[in-house]
Design a protein around this ligand. Sequence first.
Ligand SMILES: Cc1ncc(COP(=O)(O)O)c(C=O)c1O
Length: 399
Amino acid sequence: MLASSSPSTGMSPLMPTYSRFPLTIVKGKGSYVWDDQGTQYLDYTSGIATCNLGHVPEPVKLKLEEQLETLWHCSNLYHIPNQEKLASLLVEHSCGDQVFFCNSGAEANEAAIKLARSYAQKELGKERFEIVTFKQSFHGRTLATLSATGQEKIQQGFSPLVPGFRYLPFNDLEALESLVSEHTCAVLLELVQGEGGVIPAEPEWVKQLAQLCEEHGLLLMIDEIQTGMGRTGTLFAYQQFGIEPDVISLAKGLGSGFPIGAIVANQKAAKGFQPGSHGSTFGGNPLAATAGLATMEQFVATNLLDNAKELGAYLQAKLVKIKNLSNQIEEVRGFGLLQGIVMKQKASKVVEAARKQNLLLLTAGPDVVRILPPLTTTIAEIDQCSQILETIFKYSLED
Ligand SMILES: Cc1ncc(COP(=O)(O)O)c(C=O)c1O
């Protein structure tokens, strides 16, 4: 059943910002979802890297139920115990010192952008406002974050863009020579470009980039919105690159599906904000903070990260095997449970064929199939996914 139409216009009452699949999902548990006809699907999209603990994870559900009985909302003008506990856990398990909470990834990057500008104006001088980002990046849909995004298709129709961003080619060592201008104050990047096509950063390039940031006093800001919360096999992707960013932005998996975003900054960068610089009515409210805290507690108390690492390697090996059997695949790439199949033709064909076999996948750009299992997935589920993919590549993709 699809969305009803508006009585006055006969059109969908929803603005056409999404081209939706003809599927209405009404229930989820673990790695599976069910549609309104009762059909079961293996959900290897995880709500776009969000339901990292699977659908309706019991420990988060129980804590949310408790919180629903006591207090839903409370302004940030008062102390919120679970928010402070969540901040402490994020600080304890990252290289950051202080946290600001908001509601989404775009808002987290907005906060990072404001923090960088404000830090620079105070510490480096008024002429230092420019933030360098990278081609094919994706940082969000608000005006500042789409201006930070290095993809014209995201920016088209929304000019004038927010000034103060400069885009360099990703993974290009030579281009780092032009990283620093007299105006540069910060660098913002993903360590695996998710929406841009599951493109991992080269470790040597990241090392040199971090070194340049250090030498020139630039803030190094890592967008961990898709790569964070265990997605790449460590709690945050930066932990695999031997760097210590000044700021990381988080959202998606942080609340296991309950909307919450955050930035975690070290003491140096956090100086950019003081009372009144930034805020959010809902950011880290009791319900959101409880979802975040219960999620983080699972990372601390269980072997989720080992599972993500081991099963990520298992999934990648399966995909490489399929690649070796097919002439339709250019490359398999990714980290942990963020994997991409680079196709020689349109990736949407595979996503479509998979849905018909009750497997949900995503694209990342026109030619990459993106696979995002929950971190709680199993070998048996990965086998189920790879068997479906094998059949698709064997029989369904002839032009
Ligand atoms: C790397 C990255 N940054 C930012 C965002 C924006 O997050 P949100 O959709 O929660 O605003 C996304 C969303 O896909 C993302 O993948």
